[in-house]
Each structure stands twice: as C-alpha cells, then as structure tokens.
Design a protein around this ligand. Structure first.
Ligand SMILES: O=C(O)CCC(=O)C(=O)O
Ligand SMILES: [Fe+2]
Length: 318
C-alpha cells in the first residue's frame, strides 16, 4: 500500500514515482527472459524470410532490437501487449505472455493501485510496451510514440468519451533504467487539476505548446523495476533517447471495475476484487485467449478501430 505521505503527493502533484514497484527476481527478470525468448523466435523468422543474416555475431537483446529497426523489421507489434487501431488482420502478432500477466497482476503493484482507486480493480486494455532505439538511429520521418519521443498528452484524451469520468490510474514501468538522457517520462506537475486539453491528432495526439505550463515540467528518471503512477488528466510525454541504448518500458492502466474502459472493443479483466473475489482472472492463458478472440472478432468485422475523439480540423491544430 502507499503511505499517507505518498498518497498526498499523488493527490497534490498528479503523479508519484515508486522505486522497486515490481520485484526483480520474481517479476522483472522473468519478464526480460520471456521477451528475450520472443525476440529469438522473431529473429529466426526474419532469418528464414531472408531479412537478416543467419550468422550475426553474438547479439544482445539491445543489439537485435536495433538491427531489426535498421533493417526495417517491425519488432514492435509482435512484442506489444495490445492490438493497434485500424484494420486488424486475423494473424496480426501481439504478445500476451505469462510473465506479462504476472507483472500486470502483481500483488505489490495492485496494492499501490488499490491505495488510489480502491479494491475493485479492472485491468484496462489500454496498455503498451515501448522499446525506443537511440534517436540517431531512427528514420527521419519516424513518429510512432512507441519508438520515438512521446508528445504532450493526457491519457484520458486517448480514450473514447465514454470513459471521461472513469476512475483510472496509469502505471508506467521502467524495464531498463529510465534517465533524462535516454528519454524518461516527463510530466507537467499539478496539471491533473485542470481540464482536458485539446489534442491535435497528427502525427501523435499532442497538446499544442500554448497549453503547457513550461515552469511545471518535471522529468522523472526511475530505475529498472520502478514505476510512475499518474492521474488520467496529468499532462505527460517523454524525452528523446540521446544514448546508444534502447529505452524499454511498459505502460499499464487500471480503472474501477464497472467504469467504462474507453476501449470497449478490447478485453479488460478483473485484477482484484473484495466484493466478488471469484470474478478475478488468475489464468494467464485465459487472458491471452481474450485477446485472441478480440483479434478474431475485429478482423472479421474489417472495420477501422477508432481509439480517440480528435480531429485535425479543430481550431488549435491550425
Ligand atoms: O513512455 C512514453 O514515451 C510515454 C508513455 C505514456 O504516454 C503513458 O504511459 O501513458
Ligand atoms: Fe500516456
């Protein structure tokens, strides 16, 4: 649980940095091992398809992410823990592995979430991995927020309107140390006490600069295994990765069970409940199947999945 002082901090500032939010041995290391295995499998496919040389020298996870990016290979979607917006093909890869589920349902992490939103906790399906290569390596037209720096935004604004009153919290987790140099998260302190700002949707949903209180900008470095909890109206983004290494994080969200998630076509699940303990999902395979069924349904519908409300024609976007 969070202490009273931590809760006061969260309420006052709209965010809270929590060191050692997930345990290294039982959560972080197995997660890294699961992703190393996944990347080895992806590499084998890329080699078989002739995209990568079979005899690459002993590569680290970091090296392989970088060479995949440079070869124009999409490592992101097969490693992401969600589906993208748009038209979804029936075989689109994604990753819903047991170590990810273990992280999302970790007891200590949920204790901290419970301190903020109470004991009826739903795992919200707006969730991503971010593996950000060095900025010098990126294509000049790279704009994806999972690969390059993230523009200023509020998480409430990247849901549909149905979730505008949802009691929700974002949990950003550092898998590698996040530093000012490698592009850690940054927030506008106290911005959760304001309203929802306009977002210009292209290329990333971004709050125009005029709405940002520059004096309140606070970068939030955090060590691997640590996390940042923040309010859905807290304005945040991330810095540019100026190092030679890949910056790796996850962002998860939780909401009060019964409140709309903001992405009704994606699967949520109950992560904790005092009122109905039997409703809690404990089986990682069932969680994976929820996403597989969602992919099958959405691909059969062949319609564009819309994930936010913003239009590029709005006045502040001119
Ligand atoms: O890690 C990032 O670049 C941005 C993360 C973010 O926007 C979030 O966690 O909501
Ligand atoms: Fe965000």
């Amino acid at each position: 649980m969070l202490s009273a002082a931590q809760l006061r901090d969260f309420e006052e500032n709209g965010f809270l940095v929590v060191e050692n939010l997930i345990d290294k041995e039982t959560v972080l290391d197995p997660l890294i091992a699961e992703y190393e295995e996944l990347l080895r499998e992806l590499r084998a496919t890329w080699v078989a398809e002739g995209h990568l040389a079979p005899d690459a020298p002993a590569e680290t996870f970091q090296d392989l992410i970088k060479s995949a990016y440079q070869a124009g290979l999409d490592y992101f979607q097969p490693m992401d823990i969600s589906l993208p917006p748009g038209d979804i093909p029936p075989d689109l890869p994604f990753h819903a592995g047991p170590a990810v589920f273990r992280m999302m349902t970790d007891g200590h992490l949920l204790d901290c979430i419970q301190s903020i939103i109470g004991p009826e906790i739903t795992s919200n399906p707006i969730q991503h991995v971010r593996l950000k290569p060095p900025s010098t390596m990126l294509d000049h037209d790279e704009t994806r927020a999972h690969i390059t720096a993230t523009e200023w935004h509020q998480d409430r604004a990247v849901t549909l309107e149905e979730a505008d009153r949802t009691r929700m919290v974002t949990c950003w987790l550092a898998i590698t140390d996040a530093t000012v140099e490698n592009g850690c998260l940054q927030v506008v302190r106290g911005s959760h006490r304001g309203d929802m700002k306009p977002h210009c949707p292209v290329p990333q949903p971004a709050i125009p600069d005029d709405f940002i209180d520059r004096d309140a900008i606070t970068p939030l470095p955090v060590k691997a295994g640590g996390g940042i909890l923040f309010h859905p109206l807290t304005i945040h983004g991330s810095l540019i990765n100026h190092t030679d290494d890949v910056r790796w994080s996850f962002d998860l969200r939780y909401n009060v069970t019964g409140d709309p998630t903001g992405r009704p076509f994606f699967p949520d699940f109950i992560a904790r409940s005092d009122a109905a303990p039997a409703s809690v999902l404990g089986d990682p395979d069932e969680w994976r199947r929820l996403w597989e069924r969602t992919r099958a349904t959405l691909s059969a519908q062949r319609q564009d999945v819309k994930i936010h409300r913003w239009s590029a024609d709005a006045a502040p976007c001119a």
